[in-house]
Ligand binder design. Structure first.
Ligand code: ADP
Ligand code: MG
Length: 474
């Protein structure tokens, strides 16, 4: 049997701050009176309290952290690691945003908040500025002690001084103390310091809110993760890369070589070859990640739309798949070039929109672009003729037009020119193939200081370009 709450509302010594508080002690009687009214339904909700007690351990489990909740328990370590990395990245991003916000606002009396651009929902954040205030409050030296909890037996005191666990005040305080168990970053304010007594009804409403807020945060976060691709690699790509390392195919991914509009290139040390085939993995690799941000690729449609190799598939595909096709295209084109003996990166593996190839360069230092390298006139001449030769082989043996050939997409390594960046290369029969060839020829003729000119006046006849290239070689 459970005894009814007959004890006086306020028993025991008053909180410590009452004697020290500069504003003097508030009259405790007025507080207890008004709260007593509010909590008049307390007794009727006995059973509910029992339920609360049963649910209590569950609340503690939630408080342990976003990754260890029950439903995620069988998540593979890959996913967890990826999520943790993502969280780390998001926090860094937010820190940067905060600095920008500060700089932007300066000492101005009117300030603009960048809050809405944060990646980490305030709920997830453990370093938001608001929270500092909150923590200060918690360390208030005048703060009241935690309310004494009733022992297991359910009551304290004896005879007519008995206080049960259902006592309005004790229970109210207990509810307040329990708010701390909601989730680590759910800001509950300083209820304990105020000696706040929450009725079960209010506590339940708050608990409900805390849960839904947590779910909302998770959803929001997920949504935002999908839109971070343009800043760096998105979580899905990160997972792909992590798996390559995990499989031992790559030893380590050391860092980023280049961030372009359409791709990000990383350097990695190669590992052991996987079972798939016995291809030897080069000691150093370049990983080209085709960005899954869609807008940049819209204006590249013309390269792929009319490429008969991809014609059937283009119309049916969503933009995400088209981006994979760029990676696939680069792979096929590189393979053709490799077979023709044109110096170019060797394909290691293609996974979705991530292409791994051999690294042109040494000890993490990529070979310089032709644009950046200072060549002796001897080397310059050599490079120039090599390029002309490669263009012809590309055209005749690989049946390809580079379509973005310039000093930006040629590297100088080992005393020769290497061609890279062939995702947009097309077959000469492509409706715009010869226009692209003409553009390539024009670009190449401007390489370096030699000013050797390839005279290409018209590209209506495909032989025309080639004849002139051949002549230049003589
Ligand atoms: P984008 O389409 O962004 O121009 P690229 O294929 O041209 O992509 O690569 C961008 C940069 O990354 C290149 O300019 C080059 O410096 C570097 N890079 C790309 N592939 C390799 C590679 N296999 N080895 C060394 N560096 C590379
Ligand atoms: Mg390029």
């Amino acid at each position: 049997g459970v005894a009814a709450a007959a004890a006086p509302p306020e028993a025991g010594p008053g909180p410590a701050w009452q004697s020290k508080c500069p504003w003097g002690a508030p009259k405790p009687t007025s507080i207890s009176c008004s709260l007593a009214d509010v909590m008049s339904e307390q007794l009727a909700k006995e059973l509910q309290l029992e339920e609360e007690n049963a649910a209590f351990p569950e609340v503690v489990a939630v408080a342990e952290g976003p990754f260890i909740t029950g439903e995620n328990i069988d998540t593979s370590s890959d996913l967890m690691l990826a999520q943790m990395l993502q969280m780390e990245f998001d926090r860094e991003y937010d820190a940067q945003l905060r600095r920008e916000e500060k700089k932007f606002n300066g000492d101005s009396k009117v300030s603009i908040s960048f809050e809405n651009y944060r990646k980490v929902h305030p709920f997830d954040s453990d370093s938001s500025e608001d929270e500092v205030d909150w923590q200060d409050t918690r360390h208030d030296p005048y703060r009241a002690d935690k309310p004494t909890t009733t022992p297991k037996k359910g009551f304290i005191g004896k005879g007519k001084d008995i206080t049960t666990k259902h006592d309005e005040v004790v229970c109210g305080r207990k509810n307040t103390a329990r708010m701390e168990n909601f989730a680590p970053e759910f800001q509950v304010g300083d209820g304990i310091g105020m000696d706040l007594k929450l009725s079960n009804q209010v506590f339940n409403a708050l608990k409900q809110h805390a849960y839904s807020e947590e779910r909302r945060s998770a959803r929001l976060h997920e949504k935002k993760e999908h839109s971070t691709a343009e800043k760096a690699v998105d979580p899905k790509t990160r997972l792909l890369l992590y798996k390559m390392v995990n499989a031992g195919m790559l030893e380590t991914i050391t860092g980023c070589i280049s961030t372009g509009k359409e791709s990000v290139v990383f350097h990695a040390y190669g590992g052991k070859s996987t079972n798939e085939d016995d291809k030897v993995i080069p000691p150093e690799c370049a990983i080209k990640v085709f960005k899954t941000t869609l807008n940049e690729f819209k204006n590249r449609d013309k390269y792929i739309k009319d490429d008969y190799r991809f014609k059937d598939r283009f119309s049916k595909l969503n933009p995400r798949k088209i981006i994979r096709m760029w990676a696939e295209k680069e792979m096929h084109n590189l393979t053709r070039m490799q077979n023709a003996g044109i110096p170019c990166p060797q394909v290691v593996i293609l996974k979705k929109h991530v292409l791994v190839m051999s690294f042109i360069g040494q000890d993490q230092v990529p070979a310089p672009k032709l644009k950046d390298v200072k060549l002796s006139s001897e080397d310059m001449k050599k490079a120039y003729y090599q390029i002309l030769n490669m263009m012809q082989r590309l055209y005749k043996e690989c049946s390809l037009v580079h379509a973005d050939l310039s000093e930006y997409n040629m590297l100088w390594h080992d005393g020769k020119v290497w061609l890279i960046d062939v995702s947009q290369s097309v077959e000469p029969t492509h409706p715009h193939g010869l226009e692209f060839l003409f553009r390539d020829c024009r670009n190449v003729s401007q390489v370096g200081h030699l000013h050797l000119t390839i005279y290409v006046s018209s590209c209506t006849c495909k032989e025309y370009c080639i004849i002139h290239l051949t002549e230049s070689l003589k």
